[in-house]
Design a protein around this ligand. Structure first.
Ligand code: PFF
Length: 450
């Protein structure tokens, strides 16, 4: 069956779309609280290492697989496996990625809903004059109301599926061009403010003073998982975006820009948040509610705070939205390229399934708080840990092995088009360093579980 495949208009739209996928709640909501939960600088150091030694090479790999295959991840990997005379079963790797994306979206959308509800709260001036206790109470009140959470989860899902139904590169391209630079700009305002009223030196020490004794195996595991989550790797999102990419774009250069922007944004937000945490005697290890409890205090004290807060949460919602879209795109591309089902119908059915799983996540923050699935983790934690620390790194490992040991080097090089020595560096990272790192972390995981 042949279908018309769309393509990005130019190199910038690809870069911005992929950056839009990478930059999202992972940077703004998840990274800051994970830093706090995992002991600060120890986690940051390992996270940066994982981005450079595993994330960047594997992002290049995913883009090159997508661009060579020009298909959705499942059929794409199958085509490449045939080209490489390898088993067609490799295609299930694409299938695993699709399921991972759907599971991630089921909780991503609930957190996206928190952000949406904060836009309204900011605009109506609720944060003005808030202190730490009030801010925590305000957030706990939101979590305690399943109906409110469900409402905003529903709105977020409708927003996401609305764009996916129309095709990712119709409306999204233009939006990204403005939103990502705007997000950086507002972040700088926040950072400037945190610097003036917060405790920036404590924040800097907390995040960057090297203290190797604090590096625990759990921190390493979480950092690796988060490197995948943050760069949208290991499940085919970047691969499907790469499949819409023109041939004349340098994959290495695009990857480095995207990875640097993504990492920088996350770390800057972390700095801003911890400056506020330490100045207001809040707990650095507050967990998933961290930014929702700290930022209202800052916005509540700032001149024109309500306006800036509204703008900030709106931009965060957009960032979450562009990432959410990329979580479903691999599956939708697969359905559309293999069946007669239209994009709209496929999107509606899939949206409903994810929405339903999301309802269980909503309840895991209140009524079902104590319902545990495995290892004493509630529904949200189970979905989060299963995807970030297992499925994404496993997907990444298999992608690296497939490209490094099954595809012909000459085919890989045709896509990467690197100088000889840079190609050797990529081979070393993709074939040796990244797989050994991931396997090492997995072996450790098995040891803790036993
Ligand atoms: N990278 C996104 C973020 O940091 O918020 C989340 C994400 C999107 C993860 C797409 C995985 C993915 F495939």
């Amino acid at each position: 069956m042949t279908h018309h495949r769309s393509a990005w208009r130019n190199r910038w739209t690809f870069m911005l779309a992929t950056a839009g996928s990478a930059i999202g709640l992972g940077n703004i909501w998840k990274l800051p609280y994970m830093i706090g939960v995992n002991g600060g600088s120890a986690f940051v150091l390992v996270f940066i290492g994982c981005i450079f030694f595993v994330g960047i090479p594997l992002m290049m790999t995913e883009i090159l697989l997508g661009r060579r295959a020009q298909k959705n991840p499942l059929n794409g990997i199958e085509t490449l496996a045939i080209e490489a005379n390898a088993s067609r079963h490799w295609k299930y790797l694409g299938g695993m990625g699709m399921i991972t994306g759907l599971l991630i979206l089921s909780f991503y959308s609930v957190i996206g809903g928190w952000v949406l509800s904060f836009i309204g709260a900011a605009a109506s001036g609720n944060f003005v004059g808030m202190d730490g206790t009030q801010s925590t109470a305000n957030f706990n009140q939101l979590l305690a109301s399943p109906l409110t959470l469900l409402f905003w989860h529903t709105v977020f899902m409708i927003m996401t599926m609305g764009v996916v139904a129309r095709g990712v590169n119709s409306g999204l391209e233009k939006a990204n061009n403005i939103l990502i630079p705007a997000l950086f700009a507002i972040l700088l305002i926040l950072l400037g403010y945190s610097m003036s009223v917060g405790d920036m030196s404590a924040s800097f020490r907390f995040m960057f003073s090297p203290d190797f004794s604090k590096i625990t195996p759990v921190a390493v595991l979480s950092a690796l998982g988060h490197a995948f989550f943050s760069l949208s790797l290991g499940m085919g999102s970047v691969m499907v975006y790469g499949s819409y990419l023109q041939r004349d774009v340098s994959i290495a250069r695009a990857t480095i820009y995207i990875a640097l922007a993504d990492t920088l944004l996350g770390l800057l937000i972390g700095l801003a948040i911890y400056a506020l945490v330490f100045a207001n005697q809040l707990a650095p290890n507050a967990g998933p509610g961290l930014i929702f409890q700290t930022l209202p205090i800052a916005f509540g004290q700032m001149p024109s705070g309500s306006l800036i807060a509204t703008l900030f949460f709106t931009l965060v919602a957009f960032a979450a939205w562009t990432s959410a879209i990329s979580l479903v795109e691999p599956t939708i591309a697969w359905v559309v390229e293999n069946t007669e089902i239209s994009r709209k119908v496929a999107t509606t059915i899939l949206g409903l399934i994810i929405w339903l799983i999301g309802i269980s996540v909503v309840f895991s923050f209140n009524e079902w708080q104590n319902v545990t699935i495995i290892f004493g983790l509630n529904i949200f934690d189970t979905l989060d840990k299963l995807t970030s620390t297992i499925l994404l790194p496993l997907g990444g490992l298999l992608i690296a092995i497939f490209a490094g040991y099954f595809m012909k080097n000459s085919h890989v090089q045709e896509e990467l088009n690197l100088h000889q020595w840079s190609f050797k560096v990529w081979v070393l990272m993709n074939n040796v360093i990244a797989p050994i790192g991931i396997i090492g972390v997995f072996l450790y995981l098995f040891k803790i579980i036993q």
